[in-house]
Design a protein around this ligand. Sequence first.
Ligand code: HEC
Length: 148
Amino acid sequence: MKKTLITTLIASAVTIMGVNGIAAAAEKKVKVDFGKREYQNCCVLCHGADGKGNGSVVELLKKKPSDLTTLSKKNGGVFPFDRVYSMIDGREMVIGHGDREMPAWGNRYSADATKAAEYYIDVPYDMEMYARSRILALIDYLNRMQVK
Ligand code: HEC
């Protein structure tokens, strides 16, 4: 009995120290670029690390992925937010875009959100917000990628 209590105390101390350690590490390197991380996870294979459309699977595609660095340039210097948003989300564009090769991320992101929601039983959790914030982080990164 005594032994279990001590073991529990040690385990909790280690956990607390561990959490503090992580918090301290997080304070030191605050630079988490969510948009970039998202891009590297989901887009880089097709659009390439530099966004110019030369990812490693390009040869397997029928259409060449768009150059994502010239979106603003081709739109009179203004980042085409709406178009890019719906292109990434893809949920409203599926009909009439039967030959679309770019995956629709809206569905995938909201499926991820359904999984994540299992961990948020006690707090209000909006799955649509989860999908949207991932798309917005991506758009922020794409916006920073634009050539002048
Ligand atoms: C499987 C390959 C593939 C992946 C992965 C992919 N794309 Fe695409 N993307 C394409 C292709 C191909 C096009 C050209 C249009 C088409 O065929 O659908 C395109 C077009 C686009 C466009 C439209 C550009 C324009 O000029 O209107 C945007 C924006 C875009 N992709 C962003 C992204 C982002 C952001 C991601 C990551 C979430 C991503 N893509 C992931 C293949 C891909």
